[in-house]
Design a protein around this ligand. Structure first.
Ligand SMILES: Nc1ncnc2c1ncn2[C@@H]1O[C@H](COP(=O)(O)OP(=O)(O)OP(=O)(O)O)[C@@H](O)[C@H]1O
Length: 448
């Protein structure tokens, strides 16, 4: 295969949501796995809804996920290309002027419905005489432009859905250019895919019907050899099954980031939910790239459950090695060294929990001493340093012998005194990190 070129093409009309993360990642991982290139393309021809700040936020959200495009383009910078393509289609007789208003089209659709006919555009504009056209122009009407579909079946072997076919006769000729001269999604998308050498179009199944139209336009503009491969993945819904929309601000990546969710947890769930692979924690996007195979995605919509995300987030943290988090630990002023991370990672639901466990190790911390006599007895037999993972067992054995306590009655007061908490990481790992001086002070009820 030549170097694959894929693209993620959001409209900058809101913050990316978890559903958008799915194609962003499926494309990025496809490029990673196949040594390909990823293009980020802003579909910003809708001037009213598109905003530069949303485009910036999308770049930030993608970078947070670990998606770094090789090239970024904006459709608003590429209008002359679309103009040229539209002119070529006009010259071929494949783009024709229509003067119907929305109201007229609506009435026509209602009449069709009343007669039990599908609401397909009847191509009335093709029958307009020159005089009729001039009359519309004189009235001040400006035409919108439709692509003349071939009434034949378009077939493609979808990377996700397998063999697909759509009968061109079952579709309305799509409007490519609005009356104000602006472009709808279809033509710019196709022109860019061809111009930028996109080899694989991986996107949500909301675009399946577009594909038949787009294949016909590519064939008209550039020939069948330029038609890329298409793959349409299933969509994500909320846990209760509702659709997601950028414009309505659903489950944004920004809000998940603010909640302290790990990007790897978001990525793993966004990609693995509704796939042949079980949802599981991963250590890197490379690992995730090896797990996903778009040919094995499920066909049904997949539910994105925030509770599942939070559970997965904890699992992701538990799987991260010290090397993966060394810089982040240092940035939070956490104790240096692998032992700390290995001791506490299993007790972090979000990375920010590192702060609490740091304080347990380095203090100052107010101990909870409910039975001073018992804690004093335990302090009296604290072994000398150096301490290691065996120290806790050796020490508590002696405390048990001296005090006659065992089980929870032995361990809980020690945990409360040493950490100020009734839960937390294994003390055999924490004790050497806390160190003798602090342990002694805390057993004596002092803040240390
Ligand atoms: N719920 C979803 N699940 C998976 N993919 C989605 C979902 N919604 C959109 N996509 C995909 O995200 C990509 C970007 O699409 P687009 O910018 O139109 O997003 P959108 O959320 O539908 O936007 P808007 O709500 O602004 O119309 C497309 O590949 C689209 O198929």
């Amino acid at each position: 295969m030549n170097t694959p070129v894929v693209r993620f093409a959001p409209s900058p009309t809101g913050r990316l949501h978890i559903g958008n993360a799915r194609p962003a990642l499926l494309n990025a991982l496809f490029a990673r796995r196949n040594g390909g290139r990823l293009i980020l393309r802003f579909d910003d021809t809708d001037k009213e809804r598109s905003r530069a700040e949303y485009a910036d936020a999308i770049v930030t959200d993608l970078a947070w996920l670990g998606v770094e495009p090789d090239l970024t383009v904006r459709q608003s910078d590429r209008i002359p290309l679309y103009d040229k393509a539209a002119d070529r289609l006009r010259a071929q007789g494949r783009l024709y002027a229509c003067y119907e208003t929305e109201d007229e089209l609506d009435r026509r659709r209602k009449r069709q419905a009343a007669r039990g006919l599908p609401p397909i555009y009847d191509r009335a504009a093709l029958k307009l005489t020159e005089a009729e056209r001039q009359a519309f122009e004189a009235e001040g009407r400006r035409p919108h432009w439709r692509f003349l579909l071939d009434h034949r079946t378009v077939e493609w072997d979808d990377l996700v859905r397998g063999p697909c076919h759509i009968d061109g006769a079952s579709l309305s000729d799509p409007v490519l250019v609005r009356a104000d001269g602006s472009y709808l999604y279809t033509l710019p998308s196709v022109v860019d895919d061809v111009d930028l050498g996109v080899t694989h179009v991986i996107r949500g199944e909301d675009h399946v019907t577009n594909t038949a139209v787009q294949i016909q336009i590519i064939e008209a503009l550039a020939g069948a050899a330029k038609v890329p491969a298409f793959g349409h993945h299933n969509l994500l819904t909320t846990a209760s099954g509702e659709g997601l929309s950028k414009r309505l601000g659903h489950l944004s990546l920004g809000s998940l980031r603010e909640q302290g969710v790990e990007p790897l947890a978001v990525a793993a769930l966004a990609v693995l939910v509704g796939s042949a692979e079980a949802v599981r924690p991963v250590r890197s996007l490379d690992e995730l790239a090896q797990l996903v195979d778009i040919a094995r995605l499920s066909r049904a919509p997949a539910r994105f459950d925030e509770a599942e995300l939070h559970a997965l987030n904890a699992k992701v943290l538990h799987h991260l090695e010290y090397a993966d988090v060394r810089d982040r630990l240092a940035a939070r002023g956490a104790p240096d060294g692998e032992a700390f991370w290995l001791a506490i990672r299993g007790n972090c639901a979000v990375f920010a929990d590192v702060g609490g466990w740091s304080a347990v190790v380095t203090g100052p911390l107010a101990p909870v001493v409910e039975d001073p006599a018992f804690c004093a007895a335990a302090a009296a037999v604290l072994p000398p340093e150096p301490w290691d993972a065996n120290t806790w067992a050796a020490w508590t054995k002696n405390v048990a012998q001296d005090t006659g306590r065992k089980g929870k009655a032995l361990f809980m007061p020690l945990r409360l005194a040493l950490t100020g908490l009734d839960h937390g990481p294994e003390l055999k790992a924490l004790l050497p990190l806390i160190g003798r001086a602090r342990a002694l002070a805390r057993l004596n009820g002092e803040t240390a």
